[in-house]
Design a protein around this ligand. Structure first.
Ligand code: UTP
Length: 297
């Protein structure tokens, strides 16, 4: 029987140290790009890809995220009373109407691999998706939808891949792979955050995965790897000895919102997509850049 990908895990229990002090009392995943938290973009991508169950792996201090995806009766009543119909619709539509949301906790931020392992009983024995909100992607077709289509053909684990600059390999999981067809590659090996001189390629894994439930067997061994965290890449390497894993070069532009510069660029790119903001921003940006140029001279 062919199994549909119905469940998506969203690990959101990290500390977000790169955004301190903002993330001292606020979840990193609630940082806004224009006017929406980055986690909402990821959830919308999953819903548009046919996901029926959203599984958040949260931790302490993530209450704002849970409130965001729940009804806010007072706010909705006020907006209704004031006739703010459009805003009311915006607020109401954050809560998925067709999908179910489930929460579990990672009691200590021991790493991405450990966070996914925390969802094992909710996922059960079926293939599932993992989305990291840090990786915000602009695309015509949702990236997870592109990957699910490919999964339907291959029935194997799959990771979204981008090409990075050679000196950036130590920020990513890097794969060694052979091209199979179109954007799909057969992975031979992978390594977490290699120094540029040791990197097998410049093909980096980003935060969209489809995994077979077999991964939980390896995550369950829970050994700490690079950065003293329980890494997903280490379990994926172990899984690769038993099952094929594919890399998928998606169509779209990815922004690294876990990084301060990447986050600012995402805000600009998404704002420039909105005609009303674009009209105002482009002239202002030109002025700003020319003033900065003058300052530099
Ligand atoms: P990052 O590697 O970006 O870590 O996590 P982080 O803690 O969020 O941020 P920095 O590096 O300290 O600034 C990628 C995703 O995995 C989740 C995070 O919440 C983020 O969505 N994560 C990470 C967990 O859920 N648990 C962990 O133990 C680590």
């Amino acid at each position: 029987m062919i199994m549909k990908i119905k469940k998506a895990v969203f690990p959101v229990a990290g500390l977000g140290t790169r955004f301190l002090p903002t993330t001292k009392a606020m979840p990193k995943e609630m940082l806004p790009v224009v006017d929406k938290p980055i986690i909402q973009y990821a959830v919308e991508e999953a819903l548009a890809s046919g996901i029926e169950q959203i599984i958040f792996v949260t931790g302490s201090g993530k209450g704002a995220l849970e409130d965001h995806f729940d009804k806010n009766q007072n706010l909705e009543k006020t907006l209704r009373d004031r006739g703010k119909t459009e805003l009311l619709h915006t607020v109401e539509s954050v809560v998925p109407s067709k999908a179910q949301i489930v929460y579990t906790r990672q009691s200590e931020p021991l790493g991405l691999g450990h966070a996914i392992w925390c969802a094992r009983d909710i996922v059960g024995d079926e293939p599932f998706a993992v989305l990291l909100a840090d990786d915000l992607i602009q695309s015509d077709v949702p990236v997870l939808y592109q990957m699910i289509n490919e999964f339907d053909r291959l029935r194997a684990s799959m990771m979204a891949i981008i090409e990075v600059l050679p000196d950036e390999t130590d920020k990513y999981g890097i794969i060694e792979a052979e091209k199979a067809f179109n954007g799909t590659m057969v992975i031979n090996s992978m390594v977490e955050k290699p120094k540029p001189e040791n990197a097998p390629s410049n093909l980096a894994v980003i935060g969209r995965y489809i995994l077979t439930p077999r991964i939980f067997k390896h995550l369950g061994k829970l050994k700490k790897g690079a950065g003293n965290e329980i890494q997903l890449t280490d379990s994926m390497s172990a899984l690769l000895k038993e099952q094929p894993i594919f890399g998928y070069k998606f169509k779209g532009t990815r922004f690294d919102c876990g990084d301060k510069a990447g986050f600012q660029l995402a805000n600009l790119a998404f704002a420039l997509e909105r005609p009303e903001m674009r009209e105002k921003l482009i002239p202002d940006l030109k002025v700003l850049l020319s003033q900065m140029g003058e300052l530099a001279n």
